[in-house]
Design a protein around this ligand. Structure first.
Ligand code: LMR
Length: 446
């Protein structure tokens, strides 16, 4: 989906950036004193790349001569926390009094970007995980965005969200993804002028390969991963292949925005409010080959075709409108969708942690192995899912196909397979061969 920040690699660090980080940490010390007097609930723990241990040592609270009282935590217990950040972090007793659930660790990449700027505040408010679910936000940015990331963290602090117990920022996925139970991977490089799609696949693929490795090494063994950065299906596949110890089923490519767009268009045409539209599947790739399924969709519980009799509109205008909505939006806004993408990430998470309403389903780009539709195995493809609310999902079995739907799905499948061949070097499946179909486009490319 839409694009935020390009994640930096620790190996790119220079002396200049080390200095910058030192300054950054010094500024954090002033937060410390503010927080001491106010007893705020947010702990802000900067993460530094593992590869630059010097910077990390130099930035310790001890060297900055923090008050003795700040150093009473057992350093072995919390290796990455610094001085007062450790003191403000552990509010377990208070959690118990309020009967809150155990803290959930949510990592977000591209955290200084536009999508995150909407998403993080929804996460922190309790809108996503519920009013009894305290949350730790682990924000991954790039070297370039570190300052902006600090600004994001400051705004989170200033919002006084009671459920937000911890905010940490950093540029090393191996640090930031530590114990993550959710990883919302938004950061990706946008396709620039003159850039071949193959180049984009390679550049972003490398980011997602690295992040997959990091998740595999340090995240919770049952982390749920939602890939938003484009091309999200292939990025999700790359991430998954680089994280062999995490169940393949835990990886999602975000197509919920496309589902929401399709629901809106059907509602508009039928003259009903959009909550009357259900059972909408987006099949395939998050690209202009995606297939918004009007054959199985329902309006007021009736098959769409019984309500909207204009088949030509369904096959052409509706289908194309959904496929190209992202691009039209870019033309209007001058940038990718951000707020509606964030809303759809919230919808996607909620769909996994709440039971799916009886008879309905939701769309997500998921691993195809074992799918009942005859879609090629070993790719990430958007399909209809149901959840009992435990974070997991099952594919919906009883869906109908006709020639139109089948042929469109095959076209999107061919595109995903071509993308996959193009990144074989990143999935451990041999040498990349890039033969992308000429019309392969992200929704934003028109
Ligand atoms: C969207 O669907 O809005 C985005 O994925 C568009 C884009 O290419 O950034």
């Amino acid at each position: 989906m839409a694009v935020a920040e390009l994640t930096g690699t620790p190996s790119l660090y220079t002396t200049r950036t080390t200095h910058h980080r030192y300054q950054y940490y010094s500024s954090q010390l002033s937060y410390v004193s503010t927080r001491l007097s106010n007893y705020r609930r947010i702990s802000l723990r900067p993460h530094y790349p593992r590869t630059n241990q010097n910077a990390r040592t130099r930035c310790s609270v001890k060297e900055a001569q923090a008050p003795v009282a700040l150093q009473t935590e057992d350093p072995k217990k919390k290796p990455e926390c610094y001085g007062v950040f450790c003191l403000t972090y552990d509010l377990k007793a208070e959690d118990e009094i309020k009967s809150w659930k155990k803290l959930v660790n949510v990592a977000v990449s591209g955290a200084a970007g536009m999508i995150s700027n909407h998403l993080l505040f929804k996460l922190a408010s309790g809108e996503v995980f519920g009013p009894d679910q305290p949350i730790a936000l682990k924000l991954l940015g790039s070297e370039r965005s570190l300052q902006a990331l600090e600004g994001v963290a400051m705004e989170l602090e200033d919002s006084l969200y009671p459920l937000l117990r911890e905010v940490s920022i950093g540029i090393d996925p191996y640090e930031v993804f530590q114990d993550a139970e959710w990883a919302l991977l938004i950061g990706a490089k946008p396709r620039g002028p003159g850039m071949e799609r193959a180049d984009l696949l390679d550049i972003n693929g490398q980011i997602f390969a690295e992040q997959g490795k990091a998740l595999n090494a340090v995240a919770s063994r049952n982390v749920k991963v939602v890939v938003v950065g484009n091309p999200c299906n292939t990025n999700a596949l790359i991430c998954m292949k680089n994280a062999p110890d995490i169940p393949a089923k835990n990886f999602h490519a975000l197509t919920r925005l496309d589902e929401n767009r399709a629901k809106c268009q059907l509602a508009l045409k039928a003259g009903v409010f959009y909550d009357k539209v259900s059972n909408v599947t987006i099949w395939g790739n998050h690209s202009t080959t995606q297939v918004p399924d009007f054959l199985n969709a329902r309006i007021n519980g009736l098959p769409v075709k019984e309500v909207i009799k204009d088949i030509k509109w369904l096959e052409q205008e509706f289908t194309e409108k959904v496929q190209k909505r992202g691009g039209v939006l870019i033309q209007k806004w001058g940038r990718s969708s951000a707020a509606s993408t964030a809303v759809s990430v919230v919808d996607a998470i909620k769909s996994l942690i709440t039971p799916t309403p009886e008879g309905d389903w939701f769309s997500s780009g998921v691993y195809t192995n074992g799918n009942p539709y005859g879609v090629a195995e070993n790719i990430v493809f958007s399909m209809p899912c149901r959840s009992n609310g435990d974070g997991d999902y099952e594919l919906v079995k009883d869906v109908n196909f006709d020639d139109f739907l089948h042929s469109r799905i095959k076209k999107s499948e061919a595109e995903v397979l071509a993308e996959k061949r193009c990144v074989a070097h990143l999935t451990g499946e041999g040498i990349a061969v890039c033969d992308l179909p000429g019309d392969t486009m992200l929704p934003g490319e028109m």
